[in-house]
Design a protein around this ligand. Structure first.
Ligand SMILES: [Zn+2]
Length: 304
């Protein structure tokens, strides 16, 4: 989406955020604050110059975004986050970047003219916080990191009332086709365009969510798989391979949806608008891939 990360059902309304350290005070830095969220601490560095949004406005925005992510994952995905908010010209919230440093570091820019309405409509910080919940992948698999953040962000925001559900579907209908393979595409592992990385990855998540719900009579969804990965210690500070990661996610839903779909979409020009391949076709296509393309990504990821 519009931000680049270097690595971005309902939970009871228990997400009570408390201050450990108030803004200001004799010993404290007026431009820093510590937010305590269930199971996690967020150290926030606030802009040192005057902005239209007060420090309290900015902290309310951070809390709302953390609440959305915590609701989806059942808790905040890392025990400690360092969040640096910088001011920039104009309005809007942009340039979010997430690093693995110190267990999680997000840097984000807020326009000096940005107002509260823009913070309520913001997707960037939620996108970046979602990156915290998934292990760091090899370069060829950035599509799954960005795809998860792209897909989960609006879902998480809808579930806490930060976005209307019809807006979510308008966004998916409008933007999901940007992830479709074009001519010469060789699968998500081998096509590192913006559309395939962000929306191709989101398409993987949408299909995975639907298939998990089909396999489990709607008892489980993608969030159960992603929670399972996070609970097993998967977060941005960990370097895991995709096979290990998706196997843990599949175990949480009692299925093989993530691995099967990944094997298909990572190396084939699969279109979400086409009929999903049958089990027989998936098996045959995988055998063709691995027997005919030795030492490529498909085979190496399959054999890990
Ligand atoms: Zn991202």
């Amino acid at each position: 989406m519009g931000t680049y990360s270097f690595k971005s059902l309902f939970v009871p309304a228990l997400l009570v955020f408390t201050w450990l350290k108030p803004i200001g005070g004799q010993q404290s830095d007026p431009n820093s604050a510590v937010l305590k969220v269930p199971g996690a601490t967020i150290d926030v560095t606030l802009p040192g110059e005057t902005t239209k949004l007060s420090h309290q406005d900015l902290l309310d925005w951070v809390k709302a975004c953390a609440n959305a992510v915590s609701s989806y994952y059942g808790r905040f995905p890392v025990p400690h986050l360092t969040l640096v908010i910088r001011s920039s010209n104009g309005s809007g919230i942009r340039h979010g970047v997430t690093y693995a440093k110190d267990g999680g570091l997000i840097m984000i820019s807020v326009g000096r003219d940005a107002d509260i309405a823009e913070t309520k409509d913001d997707w960037v910080l939620v996108h970046e916080m979602i990156h915290l919940a998934f292990p760091s992948m090899e370069d060829d698999q950035h599509w799954i990191e960005e795809g998860i953040s792209t897909y989960v962000e609006p879902v998480a925001r809808v579930r806490v009332g930060l976005m209307q559900v019809d807006e979510l579907w308008r966004t998916f209908v409008h933007d999901m086709p940007k992830g479709e393979p074009g001519p010469g595409d060789h699968g998500l592992d081998n096509t590192h365009t913006w559309g395939r990385t962000y929306w191709g990855g989101a398409m993987f998540c949408l299909l995975a969510d639907i298939r998990i719900r089909e396999r489990t009579n709607n008892r489980k969804g993608l969030e159960d798989a992603l929670r399972g990965i996070n609970r097993a210690g998967g977060n941005i500070a960990e370097n895991w391979d995709i096979e290990k990661t998706l196997a843990i996610g599949d175990k949480a839903t009692g299925s093989t949806v993530l691995r099967t779909l990944s094997h298909t979409l990572s190396s084939e020009t699969y279109s979400a608008t086409a009929q999903p391949p049958s089990a027989d076709r998936r098996s045959a296509s995988h055998q063709t891939c691995c027997s005919g393309r030795q030492n490529n990504v498909c085979c190496s990821s399959w054999s890990r």
